[in-house]
Design a protein around this ligand. Structure first.
Ligand code: SF4
Length: 407
């Protein structure tokens, strides 16, 4: 397809500054809590997968000047560096990232060598995100992670020696049997290493994972809500006092080191996802590639593209947006922003009868009951022109969204 025409995803991506995501679905083993589109024991598919993603990149209709590129997974560091280099060379040709673009690769401590890290820098990555999760071996075992704490520290040190100046560490809290003290030690260990960015995620128990079964059977017990809240507040206080700004529910950064790529998701900007399980947001529509690696390869080989539109009505789109946008800390969500985005004349036309009337009233009026409920439960602070979540609201974001679902 030539530049300037509508692409297979139904809209032109001519705006400069798209965020580009590349998915690498391979993992050494499957962690107990993981429900991502990632697979162990599929290394034989690395070659055809690389070829498929190269085709998808080549045919993606894209504006030049991507502001961020993010290679995530899965475990990108499991893919041989020469394959990563090929993919990135295709990305550079197709999307021509701006000179200032943030270009991240995720790596796991069990598959990260100093030589690989040096190669990543040569390839053009300027940001590394390391999946540490915990610095305590007993916690890593409970998560089913493939590395131990020594490897986690070694991976960070190797990244610095290789020359990475922008490194992020992922932590998980709320692990079965973890105390606030255990977790505080993880935070201290992370701060001691001095990464530019720290993500600290609350462990969530997803259906159809081994962790779900363990919790259901009573083999493991998760910390209670009060402990979770204390852990969340400990994260904020420890990281803030160490100089990290809290800019998203689970994300903290030294000044100016916020993750630009993820900000595109949270701000509701367009992004292009390539690879199995990757999602795209183009125009006002979302598209999903198949999760299964072979299904993805087959779709690319036969149809030249893999994205299927996720059909959503306006109410779903509002919920999707709230789910992401409300994660940003100290960034009040103005009713005007919501009205401009969702409550336009075109939206009203889509809805006839009662729904049409409601959608002509604007966000504040349509969602007045939800706003009242979340204010009453102290999940949000609301004033005349917008609202933002409290700590409780951020931690229990699912409850907030449930209220918004009820209109
Ligand atoms: S390394 Fe990440 S993607 Fe792979 S199984 Fe573990 S949590 Fe899932």
């Amino acid at each position: 397809m030539g530049d300037g025409v509508m692409d297979g995803k139904g809209s032109s991506i001519d705006k400069p500054g798209a965020a580009v995501y590349l998915h690498v679905p391979f993992c050494a083993s499957k962690c107990y809590y993981c429900d991502f589109a990632s697979y162990e024991g599929q290394n034989r598919l690395m070659e055809p997968y690389t070829n498929a993603i190269l085709s998808e990149i080549a045919s993606a209709h894209a504006a030049k000047g991507a502001t961020s590129v993010y290679m995530g997974g899965g475990t990108p560091s499991m893919l041989p560096a020469d394959k990563i280099a090929k993919i990135m060379s295709a990305v550079k040709e197709r999307f021509a990232p701006a000179p200032s673009a943030e270009i991240t690769i995720e790596a796991n401590p069990d598959s990260t060598s100093r030589a690989d890290l040096e190669r990543y820098l040569q390839i053009g990555f300027n940001r590394l995100s390391i999946g540490v999760q915990s610095f305590e071996d007993s916690m890593l075992e409970k998560l089913g992670r493939a590395h131990d704490s020594k490897k986690a520290t070694a991976a960070f040190e190797a990244a610095r020696k290789a020359g990475f100046k922008n490194v992020s560490i992922d932590l998980i809290y709320g692990i079965p049997g973890q105390s606030v003290g255990d977790y505080a030690r993880d935070l201290e260990a992370a701060v001691l290493l001095g990464p530019e960015h720290i993500s600290a995620y609350q462990l969530t128990v997803e259906e159809e994972t081994p962790l779900w079964d363990m919790v259901e059977d009573g083999r493991v017990v998760l910390p209670d809500d009060e402990t979770m809240l204390t852990m969340f507040e400990t994260t904020i206080s420890k990281l803030r006092s160490a100089g990290y700004g809290h800019y998203e529910v689970s994300n903290f950064a030294k000044p100016g080191m916020e993750c630009r790529h993820n900000l595109a998701y949270w701000l509701g900007e367009e992004f292009i996802g390539l690879g199995s399980g990757a999602h795209s947001f183009v125009g006002s529509s979302r598209y999903a590639n198949p999760d299964d690696i072979e299904d993805y390869i087959y779709a690319i080989d036969t149809a030249g593209e893999a994205g299927v539109e996720i059909l959503a009505d306006e109410k779903d789109k509002v919920l999707d947006f709230l789910l992401m946008r409300l994660r940003l800390v100290d960034k009040k969500l103005f009713f005007k922003e919501l009205n401009d985005r969702f409550f336009t004349p075109a939206t009203r036309i889509k809805y006839v009868g009662e729904e049409g009337l409601r959608f002509s009233e604007g966000f504040k009026s349509v969602y007045s009951k939800a706003l009242e409920d979340i204010a009453e439960k102290k999940l949000a602070i609301i004033d005349d022109d917008g609202f933002s979540l409290t700590h409780n609201g951020m931690l229990f974001l699912d409850d907030v969204l449930l209220d918004f679902e009820k209109i």
